[in-house]
Design a protein around this ligand. Structure first.
Ligand SMILES: [Zn+2]
Length: 102
């Protein structure tokens, strides 16, 4: 089954556009990137579905952090990586959690 990334996500009342560029993403962020000021997110699709899911959650965490915290208080790359991996596992293994939130 082919799953498609959402075209937009809503964060703090704003619509963030999600794109899947074919070109290589910036060095150092090869799986995805996000820009809260521009309300954009890019997720590379030339990776496995699990990797795309993880990248989406990862970029959502960066976006969430940027949307509510001052620059000096934002989550670090290490924190985003750690929490992102765990959230991905929790959401994948517990669909009832997401269903409960709907
Ligand atoms: Zn990151």
């Amino acid at each position: 089954m082919t799953k498609k990334l959402p075209e937009t996500v809503r964060v703090m009342g704003f619509t963030v556009a999600v794109s899947s560029p074919n070109e290589v993403l910036d060095a150092g962020s090869s799986f995805g990137s996000s820009n809260w000021d521009k309300q954009t997110m890019r997720i590379a699709t030339d990776q496995t579905l699990e990797r795309q899911q993880n990248s989406l959650i990862h970029e959502l965490l960066h976006t969430a952090s940027s949307s509510v915290l001052e620059l000096s208080e934002q989550l670090t790359e290490r924190q985003v990586k750690g929490v992102g991996v765990v959230l991905h596992q929790i959401f994948r293994d517990n669909p009832a959690v997401l269903e409960f939130l709907r």
